[in-house]
Unconditional design. Structure first.
Length: 402
């Protein structure tokens, strides 16, 4: 039984980390993955990286000659992590997924969705397309209860299994390189107060469009600018308060690798936030490239993470750091609810209206001596659940095929 992981991930540290953890768990369990499509070798947790393949055109719809050969030699596709089954960004994404999966089925491959989220799927076309995609899938591990309930209305529930996000698995104990260790020390060592990470992302730009964001960037950015300016103003107030009250060091970090997808990169908003504190050396901005294992280790050094991108919070939790999620869609509410951390979530609209809600939450977590133990319990429970779900699903699917 030969497995292959072809999902396209370009620069998104959250998706890279989830896939890394999934592949590391399989490798440690003795379940080899024959080939992985990836943009960088260090995105794959293996001493032998000869099985890495480059992405082909049209988001790997055409996988290239070597990729096609690898697909022909495989038996099963592992579609790892992410949130592809949704229609709030673009229906074309679902069309693409349908075509890609149909190609895999024509090649005789079974497909497992591994710790995918889903939703929103609110349009008639989106639901129709999602049904077509799910009809091509043998088994789906679904990363939260809300996604599970949604997909149960679109597919046979017998092919669905509930899991947690893929980040809650093995693979992040690798020691950072000396260069990465030096960077982590520069960002975190010698702080007088708590070290608090902060991530903010572009939002208020999705509009159920046929056209994906990357093909209409100016229109999408214009749509979001008024709201994003208000959000940055309020987060500047939060940062100023945390600096004054706690003498906190604030580390601003993007969930995109530098220079990969500039239109999607959080760095543009973090730079605007840093400009408000241009003379304050205790508000620091991560601009350097850093391997995903070292990036995760950095978040593990924080006393608290405030993450708008969901995976900035989830990686922190995986590394044992308390994390507040500034929720911008239903997926954040669903995942934090499933983890039992709903009281550590604040909607982005609430931050924009009443930023002191976020400040009060930070005060509460930093003052609570049980916060670390709570995170460790949540993390260990999720890892155990995911390990059982992943290895059981692969065994069930491969056993059924043989």
């Amino acid at each position: 039984m030969t497995l292959i992981a072809p999902r396209v991930i370009r620069g998104n540290r959250g998706d890279i980390a989830s896939r890394y953890a999934i592949l590391a768990e399989l490798e440690s369990a003795g379940v080899p993955v024959g080939a992985v499509f990836a943009s960088r070798p260090e995105h794959v947790p293996s001493a032998d990286r000869t099985h890495i393949l480059p992405y082909g055109p049209i988001y790997n719809l055409w996988p290239g000659a070597a990729g096609l050969k690898a697909l022909r030699n495989a038996d099963m596709v592992l579609w790892t992590g992410g949130l592809d089954l949704q229609d709030d960004s673009s229906l074309l994404k679902l069309v693409h997924m349908w075509l890609v999966f149909a190609t895999y089925r024509l090649l005789g491959l079974d497909i497992i969705l591994v710790m995918q989220g889903a939703g929103p799927i609110d349009t008639r076309a989106g639901r129709w397309l999602s049904r077509r995609v799910l009809a091509l899938v043998r088994l789906a591990l679904v990363r939260d209860k809300e996604s599970f309930d949604l997909l149960s209305s679109l597919a046979n529930p017998d092919k669905l299994r509930l899991s947690a996000d893929g980040i809650f698995l093995s693979g992040f104990d690798e020691a950072p390189t000396p260069q990465s260790t030096s960077l982590i020390e520069k960002l975190t060592a010698g702080a007088r107060g708590p070290v608090i990470g902060l991530n903010v992302r572009l939002w208020f730009h999705f509009a159920n469009s046929i056209v994906p964001y990357q093909f209409a960037r100016d229109a999408y950015r214009t749509r979001s600018e008024t709201h994003m300016s208000i959000l940055i103003d309020q987060l500047a107030h939060v940062v100023a308060t945390l600096r004054k009250e706690h003498d906190a060091r604030i580390v601003l970090l993007s969930m995109y690798e530098p220079g990969v997808e500039p239109w999607e990169d959080d760095i543009q908003f973090l730079e605007r936030l840093k400009e408000r504190f241009a003379g304050d050396e205790e508000v620091r901005l991560l601009v350097e490239d850093i391997p995903i294992t070292a990036f995760s280790a950095l978040l593990g050094r924080f006393n608290l993470m405030i993450g708008m991108r969901l995976h900035s919070a989830l990686i922190a939790l995986r590394m044992g750091t308390p994390a507040i999620h500034i929720a911008y869609t239903r997926k954040g509410h669903a995942i934090y609810s499933g983890l039992g951390l709903s009281d550590w979530l604040v909607p982005v609209e609430a931050v924009m209206k009443t930023p002191n809600l976020l400040i009060d939450m930070v005060r509460s977590i930093l003052a609570d001596p049980k916060s670390l133990a709570r995170v460790q319990s949540v993390r260990d429970t999720a890892i155990a659940q995911n390990r059982e779900a992943l290895l059981g699903a692969v065994a069930a699917a491969t056993g059924a095929q043989t």
